[in-house]
Design a protein around this ligand. Sequence first.
Ligand code: HEM
Ligand SMILES: *[C@@H]1O[C@H](CO)[C@@H](O)[C@H](O)[C@H]1NC(C)=O
Ligand SMILES: *[C@@H]1O[C@H](CO)[C@@H](O)[C@H](O)[C@H]1NC(C)=O
Ligand SMILES: *[C@@H]1O[C@H](CO)[C@@H](O)[C@H](O)[C@H]1NC(C)=O
Ligand SMILES: CC(=O)N[C@H]1CO[C@H](CO)[C@@H](O)[C@@H]1O
Length: 337
Amino acid sequence: MEKRRRSMMPAVLAVALLAAMLLSSEAAYSGGGGALSPGYYSKSCSKLESIVREEVARKKNETVVTIPAVLRLFFHDCFVNGCDASVLIASAKEDAEKNTRDNDSLAGDGYDTVNRVKARVEKECPGVVSCSDILALAARDVVNLADGPYWTVELGRRDALVSRASDVEGKLPGPDMKVRELTAIFKNGGLSQLDMVALSGAHTVGFSHCTRFTDRLYNFSGTGKTDSSFSKDYAEALKKACPRDVSDTIAVNMDPITPITFDNNYYTNLLHGFGLFTSDQVLYTDSASRETVKQFSANQTSFFEAFMASMIKLGRVGVKTGDSGEIRTDCTAFNKH
Ligand code: HEM
Ligand SMILES: *[C@@H]1O[C@H](CO)[C@@H](O)[C@H](O)[C@H]1NC(C)=O
Ligand SMILES: *[C@@H]1O[C@H](CO)[C@@H](O)[C@H](O)[C@H]1NC(C)=O
Ligand SMILES: *[C@@H]1O[C@H](CO)[C@@H](O)[C@H](O)[C@H]1NC(C)=O
Ligand SMILES: CC(=O)N[C@H]1CO[C@H](CO)[C@@H](O)[C@@H]1O
């Protein structure tokens, strides 16, 4: 759909690199007999971070879809049995995590990015770096390459030994959920309501298939009407892009104003009824989270700080360390034992 411009564009704020602030926390998470730490590979694979950055940048130069694809892939990996690269497994029987409805928009470019990085890392330091750590670093790099913040990534995750489609049910939030349900699902991973609101800001980049929100346009809550929390202009534009009988392959930008820039415009959109999903718009319509949305809309630095802190917390969910799991040589397959 077309980029729609409003008269009041958010001020462009100067973005400082805020990594230094986070470095002071020396955070180390322990789960499975080991601990995560930023310097985990400093001796065993000192070039790791520069390799990841270069390969992710190369891939992004080929297609900007790399940005949302990698970011969403990391979220889905972490929310289903922890950040353990279980989402990357390809199963001949099609019964792995990726073989579920929610993988629809897990664009192939996300998987491809991780696989390319892994291939280069294996040449440099074979058998040392986990696929789950590569995905965590790549998620940081895509955000930063889209003009978003840069933070220090904790490392030392090990890769899962299982990946089951049947484990996905109920773990991922749905676009029709309201604040209470969203908060509950994030709480399963030890994440707060504030983390939920900050991480939802990832919808400042990427695409959604029309079929994920057409009920809001044509039959909201079974009423046959349009959701009244939509801005009228936005709903009209979406109806043009996504007619009633729209094919399930058609997608639109989730942030219609700045679709490929990682900024706080997602929150400003919510103030104007430009939230694409119910799960987006309710963050503003529900008083439980409205003040946070206003704050992030008014102050990009405040959003970036919260987003970085929440991404670090997301990266600790259910991690395998120490003797758990394995270091996969091919991210799409378990090692042969
Ligand atoms: C808060 C609850 C959330 C819900 C209900 C939700 C739901 C969705 C849905 C339905 C889509 C469109 C998928 C499709 O077209 O099939 C989507 C896309 C996306 N989501 Fe979320 N999401 C949530 C949180 C997050 C979080 C925490 C992140 C990352 C930190 C994230 C990152 C993304 C990205 C980047 C895309 C665009 C994907 C692309 O363009 O390939 N989402 N989300
Ligand atoms: C990607 O493109 C940018 C801008 O054109 C360029 O500066 C950068 O060197 C490219 N990176 C890679 C790895 O190709
Ligand atoms: C709207 O939703 C209701 C309830 O789910 C359903 O019974 C009805 O058939 C739908 N109408 C249309 C036009 O799809
Ligand atoms: C924006 O948020 C940052 C970080 O929380 C804070 O230091 C700064 O004072 C805020 N700026 C304004 C104008 O409120
Ligand atoms: C990209 C991907 O793995 N897509 C799969 C998602 O799940 C469906 C249903 O199992 C598969 O048919 C797709 O191949």
